[in-house]
Design a binder for this molecule. Structure first.
Ligand code: G3I
Length: 324
């Protein structure tokens, strides 16, 4: 039976799903329209940047929670679940940590201390953490250019999960990565890593698939459904964590329609898998998206609302799929 809903949030709620957006506290505070749409359309938010280590611990031992706390207040005021992002990643590390060379023991102590402080601070507020982000390379082995890896070898990954669990035993702890939509060396490597962690009793509860993919990447429905399922079969929760879909510039009405069609496909994949409980977009308006700057202007219009905050065909496509 088809439901009638007027917002993504309402549709997701009825389907028993979380639909989320990445967001930034300064935009919420400076732009009432941004804040209103974020509150109206989503029942979940992710901190796009403000919970990353360079912002939370800019100096060694000095924690700065103000911006992230303001984001949490907004979410709580609007009954939105908060995904915490992220505790260990090779990017957006503070300079004091990225540029120094601590020995293994010092580095693991710093990691423990960061996670104890951060997860402890947000205990009971952040329901789910992307504990480790992008630890794997394209070949499915460890990413060796990560400062954490350089200091500790692969041990930082399990250590981060253990520290997060010690700080908040109720929080859901996720491994999050990109380029895992299809069976490939990286998603195979991730599956093996997760199996090993589960066997070893590492406290891990979920896996996040980022789903940053341009519109030209038509995903094969059956292959992607099966790929998501094999992760769900481990007993892990599955979230799509950073969905967006850049369109090659110049964008045309045809390419916007193609984007809507591919959003339909991707949301159908998630729903048909039966294992995806949250779908989080990496922002909601083309006014604020990492895509144009990251692609040096080659891609644009990756999100559901246009720069003037009008819902796009992509929004309607997602809405239709959530209402099914
Ligand atoms: O904070 C400075 C600000 O002081 C300065 O005025 C401004 C000028 O450009 O830059 C600001 O820093 C930017 C920061 O975002 C906060 O806005 C950095 O330049 C910019 O590189 C940084 O980009 C973020 C990127 O992660 C960093 O790699 C994007 O906003 C954010 O969307 C992106 O998110 C990542 C996820 O965390 C992990 N998965 C991939 C995803 C996309 O790269």
């Amino acid at each position: 039976m088809k439901m009638t809903c007027s917002t993504l949030r309402e549709a997701a709620q009825k389907a028993g799903l979380l639909v989320g957006s990445a967001c930034c506290p300064h935009l919420i505070e400076q732009d009432p329209e941004y804040a209103a749409i974020l509150a109206r359309e989503f029942n979940c938010i992710t901190a796009e940047n403000c919970m990353k280590p360079m912002y939370l611990q800019p100096q060694h031992g000095c924690f700065e929670f103000n911006a992230a706390d303001r984001l949490c207040l907004f979410a709580e005021r609007h009954q939105q679940k908060i995904r915490g992002h992220t505790l260990a990643w090779h990017q957006q590390m503070p300079h004091w940590l990225r540029d120094a060379r601590f020995d293994k023991k010092e580095a693991l102590d710093i990691l423990d201390d960061h996670i104890a402080n951060v997860v402890g601070h947000f205990q009971g507020r952040v329901f789910c953490w992307d504990v480790v982000n992008e630890a794997l390379a394209t070949n499915g082995r460890w990413r060796t250019d990560c400062p954490w890896f350089k200091m500790t070898g692969p041990d930082y990954v399990a250590a981060a999960f253990r520290a997060a669990n010690a700080a908040d035993s109720d929080a859901l702890l996720f491994y999050n990565d990109y380029e895992m939509e299809l069976p490939c060396l990286k998603s195979d490597g991730c599956l093996l890593m997760l199996k090993r962690f589960l066997k070893e009793g590492v406290p891990i509860h979920g896996v996040g698939f980022q789903y940053h993919l341009g519109v030209e990447n038509r995903l094969d429905f059956n292959t992607c459904v099966a790929n998501l399922k094999r992760f769900g079969d481990l007993g892990l929760q599955v979230h799509l964590t950073e969905i967006d879909m850049g369109i090659p510039v110049p964008v045309t009405e045809e390419s916007r329609a193609a984007q809507a069609e591919e959003f339909t496909n991707r949301i159908r994949i998630a729903r048909a898998s039966g294992v995806v409980s949250a779908m989080v977009f990496w922002g909601f308006t083309d006014r604020h998206s990492w895509v144009p700057s990251f692609t040096h202007g080659k891609y644009d219009e990756a999100l559901l609302f246009d720069r003037g905050y009008k819902p796009k065909p992509a929004w309607q496509a997602v809405m239709n799929e959530l209402c099914r």
